[in-house]
Design a binder for this molecule. Structure first.
Ligand code: SAM
Length: 189
């Protein structure tokens, strides 16, 4: 039997912000075991992430050199499929927070130098945990077209103020799957 697909989150942000921590934590909940964080160079961040999975200070391209890995990159030309999950050893997600206008940081910081094939998850920029959810759903047999994505969400703070999160969120039972704790965190800030 083929062993279960490894999910790799390549930590590319300079610090582990509360927002990033919430997305990583939720990613761990979604994926469960077989989660690896790569390029984690700071001791404190290593300690925190060890509670969620295996932690490597080296980048994925070094840790998984010679393995069949796929980088999830919004700029990829091919979609990610269930068939990919059958052949790959690991899928690499960028540990990167998004900007309203995607900056191509996955390509710059991971794909361009990794030497692995790339795949996309549709035209909308997803959050890290959103991407992990979609990978899990596809690994279980769904195709990209089966997964509904809300193009943005609005977080209402009070009668006057709200924040638009311009990212894609998978819709489950008609409700966008927002990172647990994120709304409370944004409302409090
Ligand atoms: C919030 S996104 C960061 C994207 C980054 N701003 C960029 O422009 O490449 C976090 C990670 O989720 C994955 N991801 C998000 N949306 C994706 C998509 N539509 N296709 C492929 N990967 C995606 C990528 O691995 C990406 O590095």
């Amino acid at each position: 039997m083929k062993k279960r697909l490894l999910l790799v989150i390549e930590h590319c942000e300079p610090r582990l912000s509360k927002w990033l921590k919430l997305e990583y934590h939720h990613s761990g909940k979604i994926w469960g075991k077989n989660l690896v964080f790569t390029r984690v160079t700071q001791k404190k961040t290593q300690q925190v992430l060890r509670t969620l999975g295996r932690v490597e200070s080296r980048p994925a391209k070094t840790v998984f050199s010679g393995k069949k890995c796929l980088v999830l990159d919004p700029q990829a030309t091919q979609p990610f499929t269930t068939q990919d999950c059958k052949h790959a050893d690991a899928v690499i997600v960028g540990g990167l927070l998004g900007y309203e206008i995607p900056q191509g940081r996955t390509k710059q910081l991971i794909s361009d130098s990794a030497g692995f094939e790339t795949r996309h998850l549709g035209p909308t920029q997803l959050s890290i945990d959103g991407a992990v959810f979609v990978v899990k759903a596809i690994s279980e047999g769904l195709s990209l077209e089966d997964i509904e994505i809300a193009k943005e969400i609005e977080i209402v703070h009070d009668n006057i103020h709200s924040t638009i999160l311009p990212f894609g969120y998978p819709v489950i039972d008609d409700v966008p799957m927002v990172t647990p704790g994120l709304v409370e965190y944004l409302v409090k800030r």
